[in-house]
Design a protein around this ligand. Structure first.
Ligand code: NDP
Ligand code: 2IT
Length: 444
């Protein structure tokens, strides 16, 4: 069977799942030559097994809002692959959530988790719940209703969810409380917990810090560093916040943030109290980045994306497909040297091609944003040992893991004249470990 035939078959089996098919295409294109060259993998029909989730749960989430009305949302948990460890991956609460989006995220998570070097399988879940304008009580009741069903399928050695868009420390707290009440056990069943009750220090910062460590490692391959660089950041949530903090620490300057309403440009750099204000914006459930412009008197560009600003480095940290071909061309034209994905699949396939053709440094999210789930893995270790490490200890491990992921990408993605194709490198390195584990475990 040719690669095209294989991909056509996957498309036919998964109609109306464009994001999932996009993620599958990228991985299959990267690993097809290795698959073809390895009769063992072909005999085991590894790729066909990999694209089929082990289990998919969907469930009704019914709850009562503050007006006394009954609302109904749909909940999901995709348990994609457990070849190298218990399912692990975040929960996303956003009105755009569909089965396709969660399957793409769960599929990406398999290879990302493999790259971290920690024993975690791939999973993802969430709901089409819209947090905009909700009271704290409504969020609590929704989280409780969601966990009342989810708690049947997860456990510290089975499946360990965490946060993603719309799910942060507050939501994890409400869900953990409900899990504990129903299951009568205090275990590390969720990560991203509060620091007084089993959460790891540095988990909130970890994804953004990891993205910046990875960016710095990429720049060093070309004898450059982050210090002194102008960095365009998108999003204003958890990942963007951690990235901006670390950009400042390494001497770079973060110049943009974005939301569904547009983007802000801050020529002085987003630093000091402005970084703390990002947390306020995120917790306000307001969905606006314009508040930043109003408060600090900087320019706001409604309905636009930050990629039109000249920058040295771009970190897309909001959501999937937020950077298209035209954006990529604009970045290349303005002299951008590195694009490092903080979000999952923020660049469209056409944008990725522009970056590859221009041979600029481009890191796919499954490698560069793996610091979040890696630190979740460190939280699981601390929970199992019933002790907690210092912030320095966790940060050091995170930094080491990001450097090792970078090395794996270089090892498997090195091409002509020293150019490193990080997409290929990440996919091949992530795939090999999982495929070999699946072969060892037989046809299951
Ligand atoms: P947050 O909820 O903290 O922030 C997400 C940001 O993206 C918000 O600014 C949000 O605005 C915006 N956003 C979400 N959906 C859309 C949309 N459809 N159009 C435009 N903007 C949108 O989430 P995180 O920072 O945790 O996640 C950001 C990205 O990073 C996601 O792709 C996530 O999968 C990825 N990621 C997260 C990790 C983590 O540890 N949290 C780890 C690795 C990757 P709003 O919600 O107001 O629309
Ligand atoms: O996309 C991701 O890697 C996450 N949202 C983090 C998952 C986790 O289990 O910490």
């Amino acid at each position: 069977m040719s690669m095209k035939e294989f991909l056509d078959q996957v498309a036919a089996r998964n109609p109306a799942q464009p994001e999932f098919l996009q993620a599958v295409h990228e991985v299959v294109e990267s690993v097809w030559d290795i698959y073809e060259a390895n009769p063992r993998f072909k005999k085991g029909n590894i790729l066909a097994r990999l694209v089929e989730p082990e289990t998919v749960f969907t469930f009704r989430v019914a709850w009562v809002n503050d007006k006394g009305e009954v609302e109904v949302n749909r909940g999901y948990r995709i348990q994609f692959n457990s070849a190298i460890g218990p399912y692990k991956g975040g929960l996303r609460f956003h009105p755009s959530v569909t089965l396709s989006i969660l399957k793409f995220l769960g599929f990406e998570q398999i290879f990302k988790n493999s790259l971290t070097t920690l024993p975690m399988g791939g999973g993802k879940g969430g709901s089409d719940f819209n947090a905009r304008g909700r009271s704290d009580n409504e969020i609590m009741r929704f989280c409780q209703a969601f966990m009342t069903e989810l708690c049947k399928y997860i456990g510290p050695d089975t499946d360990v969810p965490a946060g993603d868009i719309g799910v942060g420390g507050r939501e994890i707290g409400y869900m953990f409380g409900q899990y504990k009440k129903i299951r009568r056990e205090f275990t590390g069943v969720l990560t991203g917990k509060g620091q007084g009750w089993g959460g790891s220090l540095m988990r909130p910062e970890a994804t953004g810090y990891g993205v910046v460590y990875f960016t710095d490692a990429m720049l060093k391959t070309r004898n450059e560093e982050l210090a002194g660089k102008r960095v365009a950041v998108s999003g204003f949530g958890n990942v963007a916040w951690g990235a901006v903090k670390k950009i400042n620490e390494l001497g770079g300057k973060a110049i943009t943030l974005s939301g569904p309403d547009g983007y802000i440009y801050d020529a002085d750099g987003i630093k000091g109290e402005k970084v703390d204000f990002m947390l306020e914006m995120r917790d306000s459930n307001n969905d606006r980045v314009q508040d930043y412009a109003d408060k600090f008197g900087v320019k706001f560009f409604p309905g636009k994306r930050p990629w039109e600003q000249a920058c040295d480095v771009a970190l897309p940290c909001a959501t999937q497909n937020e950077l298209n071909e035209a954006d990529a061309l604009a970045l290349v034209k303005s002299g951008c040297k590195a694009v490092c994905e903080g979000a999952n699949m923020p660049s469209t396939p056409e944008a990725v091609k522009v970056f590859a053709d221009a041979k600029l440094l481009f890191a796919p999210g499954k490698a560069s944003n793996a610091g979040g789930v890696a630190t979740s893995g460190l939280e699981m270790s601390q929970n199992s040992m019933r002790l907690s490490w210092s912030a320095e200890e966790v940060d050091k491990r995170l930094h080491d893991i990001m450097n090792r992921i970078h090395e794996s990408c270089v090892q498997h993605g090195r091409q002509d004249k020293g150019y490193v194709n990080y997409v290929k490198g990440a996919n091949v390195a992530g795939f090999l470990k999982v495929a070999n584990a699946m072969m060892d475990q037989g046809v299951v």
